[in-house]
Design a protein around this ligand. Structure first.
Ligand code: MN
Length: 355
């Protein structure tokens, strides 16, 4: 049985669940984007439910028991098996066949769960955090994909760095970086690319606009790729003939990032990494301007556990992939953020992104 299902089952045991239904996040378990729901019992084969048009794709994934459904009686290809029923009826059948009393699921509409409950009585509990938590520690196969995704974003950042000069537009830099990542195998961007110059750089979640880069500006470039479902995330801040205040800000943020990264290893509370970086930013006089957490886990989703911020209860474990990204956003000076993906290891760490 695959690693992902094993991790889910240990979480299910801990919470006393007989069955877990993943509606949102089937790709993590199946390795395919096809699928409406994955029904996982504590033992035995999981069932992947998909619409009829997705079934060939669904069968290429890791789950053997693929059940296709169709809401209307369409003519079938030779040898094709389709359940002419609604998806929720098939889920209810599975809950019955697995003899489940306690069913967990990630997220679904109340009306969908009500329909299932009406034909198959059991306790149904929404547990949106269960899968993201199970996902936070990566398998060797997942780490290959995360590494590849990090390499791709590093290439995109290299391209962006080559284009930083007065007169170019933010959009142009974003487009070139995205083009390079796409050609290197990215499925798309993991979030809308940020190229934020001058006053825009002081907005942590700016986009890229037609604004032209000018001298005496900071330029925050925050981009991400997706490789076989695994997201990457990287930020660099460039400076065009920076003022003293801009250079000082940029140096402080870079050093804060290094201080944070130096704390990363298996067993360390995530908030300690945040503290190390934040402390550095504060000592440089920018504590008011560091308005976000120091980092987050990254994988199937761009933001997933653990979270690195002052009140985080998460503890870093070997084979988690996290970002470390302190920043400071100072009106009239500009913003700076420095972000890399870091693999947590026993006794240390490994940088996954590079420039
Ligand atoms: Mn990030």
């Amino acid at each position: 049985m695959n690693y992902q299902i094993q991790r889910l089952r240990s979480e299910m045991r801990r919470r006393g669940l007989d069955v877990f239904v993943a509606f949102q996040d089937t790709r993590y378990f199946t390795g395919t984007t096809a699928g409406k729901a994955l029904i996982v019992p504590l033992s035995g084969e999981p069932v992947l439910l998909c619409s009829r048009l997705e079934q060939d794709q669904a069968k290429k994934g890791r789950v053997k028991d693929v059940r296709a459904y169709s809401g209307w009686k369409a003519p079938l290809r030779p040898g094709e098996r389709v359940h002419f029923r609604d998806a929720w009826m098939i889920i209810a059948d599975c809950v019955r066949d697995f003899g489940a009393h306690s069913v967990g699921y990630d997220r679904a509409s109340k009306s969908l769960i009500r329909k299932i409950r009406n034909v198959r009585h059991a306790s149904y509990s929404e547990m949106p955090e269960l899968v993201p938590e199970a996902r936070s520690v990566k398998s060797p196969e997942e780490l290959k994909l995360a590494r590849r995704s990090a390499e791709i974003v590093s290439k995109g950042m290299k391209r962006a760095s080559e284009l930083i000069e007065a007169g170019r537009t933010e959009i142009e830099i974003a487009a070139e970086a995205e083009y390079v990542m796409r050609k290197a195998g990215s499925e798309g961007v993991s979030f809308p690319s940020i190229v934020a110059s001058g006053a825009n750089s002081a907005l942590p979640h700016a986009f890229a606009t037609f604004k032209k880069l000018r001298s005496h500006e900071l330029v925050v470039v925050d981009i991400g790729a997706v490789y076989e479902g695994y997201s990457s995330d990287m930020t660099r801040t460039f400076a065009i003939e920076p003022t003293k205040a801009q250079s000082r800000l940029l140096e402080a943020v870079k050093k804060a990032q290094a201080a944070g990264i130096a704390r990363v290893k298996d067993g360390v509370p995530a908030r300690e990494v945040d503290f190390a970086a934040r402390n550095f930013v504060s000592r440089a006089g920018y504590s008011k301007f560091f308005s976000h957490g120091t980092g987050h886990g990254v994988g199937i989703e761009i933001h997933e556990p653990p979270s690195l911020w002052p009140e985080s209860k998460d503890v870093l474990k070997a084979n988690m992939v996290i970002t470390v990204e302190p920043g400071a956003y100072v009106p009239k000076v500009g913003g700076a953020r420095w972000e890399d993906m870091v693999l947590v290891k026993r006794g240390g760490r490994e940088m996954l992104t590079y420039l």
